[in-house]
Design a protein around this ligand. Structure first.
Ligand code: FES
Length: 141
């Protein structure tokens, strides 16, 4: 893969945990790649397959969902439903030849700023390894 490839990543972050953890990571001045676009959602239960597909279609090379720790969702089981949707979509994209690791689910608490930075680094490394997404629209058009 070209060494110039910088993956574009979209992260759907729950406002109660992952988004707060991202804030904390920023306040702590933790280093993580700047190629992640964070989309605030009220709960990962709001995440659905269409959101992920639209993110890929708009040029994302990787998409992840970050929600509260299991058992701590403010809407009871939103993060469990999100986990199921992520697992479902991973299988579906694999059927059309897209690497399932382009989609992931993470759980963390609002106080885990360092974990947020770690996740961004880990996921960014994974997507750099698998390369540009074949699901991008023809950007040259
Ligand atoms: Fe955070 Fe549901 S409120 S995942």
């Amino acid at each position: 893969m070209s060494e110039e490839f910088e993956p574009r990543i979209i992260a759907f972050c729950c406002q109660y945990c992952a988004y707060s953890a991202a804030d904390m990571a920023g306040s702590m001045r933790l280093q993580y790649p700047c190629n992640v676009e964070i989309v605030l959602i009220p709960c990962t239960g709001r995440f659905d397959v269409i959101l992920a597909l639209k993110a890929f279609e708009s040029g994302a090379d990787g998409v992840y969902v970050a929600g509260c720790l299991e058992g701590n969702c403010h809407f009871l089981d939103g993060n469990i439903r999100a986990k199921q949707r992520v697992a479902y979509l991973q299988k579906e994209i694999q059927k059309i030849g897209v690497e399932p690791e382009r989609l992931a689910m993470y759980n963390l608490s609002a106080s885990q700023g360092p974990r947020f930075a770690e996740i961004v680094n880990e996921f960014s490394e994974t997507i750099s390894r698998v390369g540009p997404s074949p699901m991008r629209k023809n950007l040259a058009a």
